[in-house]
Design a protein around this ligand. Structure first.
Ligand code: GCO
Length: 255
């Protein structure tokens, strides 16, 4: 009985920014739990290649190519899913970029671009998904936060502010959508081995800092986030909302 709570068979999940990195790992985890997944990205070729690889693994995969900062593209994508009769039961707001520069040197346009991609997109895509979830009386929204949802690190201010916003947007979604049968939660990844962090991983000093600061003394692997994502996407978390769960090797809990 208890494992059935985690079974996503019959459910459809849209994961933004999922042709690679953490988004791809979330998509593979949810597909492995039985969900049909809709991959999203802005590069059609990369998206189709990712879908083909996952279909080769036997997964049920669709693609939806849209820019999460372009509201017209988001509205058109959801209209197309409506026309196809594809209902999004689970939304993972994963799309995001990093931009490392001290604030004294940071252009306003660069600040705004990070906030648009990492925070505002979660609101717009979340709103469009939640409209449809509310009509059905059920849905799961999973926003992707960060250690920087709680703690600041020098040179990544716009990312930090956006991820802090993700934590509070998750609570706002929980506040407004709870009576519509929608649970909204977040995942806070620690320092993970991804393309976005390549420069950090290859920096011996930063690598040593992450390993020293993390109780598990290592970087995390994207697939190590899949279980938390499956939990928050499944019936196992039906009375959990507004929470952020850290999968960070213990980092956020220690000095
Ligand atoms: C950085 C990193 C972090 C991690 C992650 C930690 O520059 O410090 O990119 O932001 O990616 O967000 O939770």
């Amino acid at each position: 009985m208890s494992l059935a709570l985690f079974d996503l068979t019959g459910k459809t999940a849209l994961i933004t920014g999922s042709s690679r990195g953490l988004g791809r790992a979330f998509a593979e985890g949810l597909a492995g739990a039985g969900a049909r997944v809709i991959l999203n990205g802005v590069d059609p070729a990369r998206l189709d290649a990712a879908a083909a690889e996952m279909q080769g693994q036997g997964f049920d995969v669709l693609t939806s190519c849209f820019d999460v900062t372009d509201e017209d593209q988001i509205l058109a994508a959801f209209a197309e899913l409506d026309e196809q009769g594809v209902e999004v039961d689970i939304l993972v707001n994963n799309a995001g970029i990093q931009f490392r520069k001290p604030m004294l040197e940071l252009a306003t346009a660069d600040w705004q671009r990070v906030l648009d991609i990492n925070l505002t997109s979660a609101f717009v895509v979340g709103r469009e998904a939640a409209k449809r979830m509310a009509a059905r009386g059920r849905g799961k929204v999973i926003n992707i936060g960060s250690l920087t949802s709680e703690l600041a690190r020098a040179t990544v201010a716009p990312y930090t502010v956006a991820k802090g916003g993700i934590k509070m947007l998750t609570k706002a979604m929980a506040a407004e959508w709870g009576d519509k049968g929608i649970q909204a939660n977040a995942i806070g990844p620690g320092y993970m081995v991804t393309d976005m962090n390549e420069a950090l991983i290859n920096n011996p000093d930063f690598d040593a800092w992450v390993k020293g600061r993390t109780p598990m003394r290592r970087w995390g692997l994207p697939q190590e986030l899949a279980g938390t994502c499956i939990y928050l996407a499944s019936d196992a978390s039906n009375y959990v909302s507004g929470q952020i769960i850290y999968a960070d090797g213990g980092m956020i809990s220690v000095l």
